[in-house]
Write a protein that binds this ligand. Structure first.
Ligand code: GDD
Length: 337
């Protein structure tokens, strides 16, 4: 039995889907009510549980062979900069899950960490040197969210050393794709840009707001690469944290160029310099993952953004009133109303 914690979220939903496609027995867990899960597989054992509670974690992991912990209160930079305490409370989830995993003899435990563990002084320039795993120390991670991730990584390491079950840790670099958050405040830049460009296009407003000056650099990993890498890391012998991210570096302005090209529009850009911006530059050094797996994320930003844009466009337009075709004449009964 494989347990996926955070199954109602973006990455968790895709992971359950992939595990089910390969015929695995899956228990899927999330704190959100079922109607708020991004994806739900009826063949999985779906449970709504608050995993920050010890009893819920024990209920979740009883009978489990493998556990994927993707459960966390998180979001894009707009969310994590303004909710540091909430982000830190995810420590309860990982702590209680590790204890339950030890109690029930779980064999393998995956922890979803983040590039936010990396030290701030190594991310000050937009002209980045890709981050290698050792750059997390000396520690000065992203306030709140990053500290929690770094602490929880360390806890996984010591559970592995002291209690003898395998823990696997991936440091995700900005993941995007369909069936993810694109509005409401937790969205990351790729989804936010799609939403803003679609809104500008549909409304005819012709302008969008961009946080910062647009010169910040990032790499963005498409969800299919994230799932493939997650499964491979879990099955591997990599017993220390490893980067899982694309190494295709772009500025935020270049990300917007891609979305404009997909949408076939050219918009005026309003730069909001007081909006959350996070680090100036961040990229993934993939030497370690390549050396173990002979693999690294390779789906291009262009290809991934096309699929993401299409899905977000469908979500934003599906419930809308569809205008009548030109030349349509309403029936008299409709006019009488
Ligand atoms: N979210 C968002 N929305 N970001 C925008 C926007 C916008 O409308 N406009 C410009 N940006 C800029 C942000 O200011 C930031 O400099 C950059 O795009 C990337 O923002 P995010 O995608 O929100 O987050 P991040 O890359 O700083 O951090 C994310 O990735 C980490 C892993 O690499 C977060 O999701 C973290 O939680 C995650 O750990």
């Amino acid at each position: 039995m494989i347990v996926v914690c955070g199954a109602g979220g973006f990455i968790g939903g895709h992971l359950v889907r992939q595990l089910r496609l390969s015929g695995k027995l899956v228990r899927a867990i999330d704190v959100k009510p079922f109607d708020e899960w991004f994806q739900q597989d009826p063949q999985a054992e779906n449970l709504q549980l608050n995993l920050s509670e010890k009893e819920s974690c024990e209920r979740a992991l009883k009978g489990a062979d493998e556990v994927y912990n993707l459960a966390a209160d998180m979001g894009g930079i707009g969310f994590i900069e303004n909710n540091r305490a909430l982000c830190m409370l995810s420590v309860l989830i990982n702590t209680h899950l590790l204890l339950a995993a030890h109690k029930y003899g779980v064999q393998r435990y995956f922890y979803a960490s983040s590039a936010c563990v990396y030290a701030a002084d190594k991310q000050q320039s937009t002209n980045v040197i890709p981050l290698k795993e050792s750059d997390a120390y000396p520690a000065m991670p992203e306030d709140g969210y990053g500290w929690e991730k770094l602490f929880s990584e360390r806890m996984c390491r010591h559970f592995q050393e002291d209690f003898g079950f395998a823990t696997r840790i991936a440091r995700y670099h900005n993941v995007y794709g369909p069936w993810g958050t694109y509005d409401g405040g937790r969205e990351k830049a790729p989804a936010a840009m799609c939403r803003k460009v679609i809104q500008a296009k549909l409304s005819g407003a012709n302008r969008i707001e961009i946080w910062g000056n647009g010169n910040q650099t990032r790499s963005f990993m498409y969800i299919d690469d994230c799932i493939a890498g997650t499964l491979s890391i879990m099955a591997s012998t990599i017993d220390k944290p490893v980067n899982l991210g694309s190494s295709e570096l772009v500025t935020i302005n270049q990300l917007v160029d891609i979305v404009e090209e997909i949408a076939q529009v050219k918009l005026q850009r309003d730069y909001n310099l007081s909006a959350p911006q996070g680090v100036n530059g961040r990229n993934s050094d993939n030497t370690l993952i390549r050396s173990y797996l002979n693999w690294e994320p390779s789906i291009s930003l262009n290809e991934g953004m096309r699929k993401t844009y299409k899905w977000i466009y469908e979500q934003m337009t599906k419930d809308k009133f569809t205008p009548a075709p030109i030349g349509y004449v309403p029936s008299t009964s409709v006019i009488a109303k």
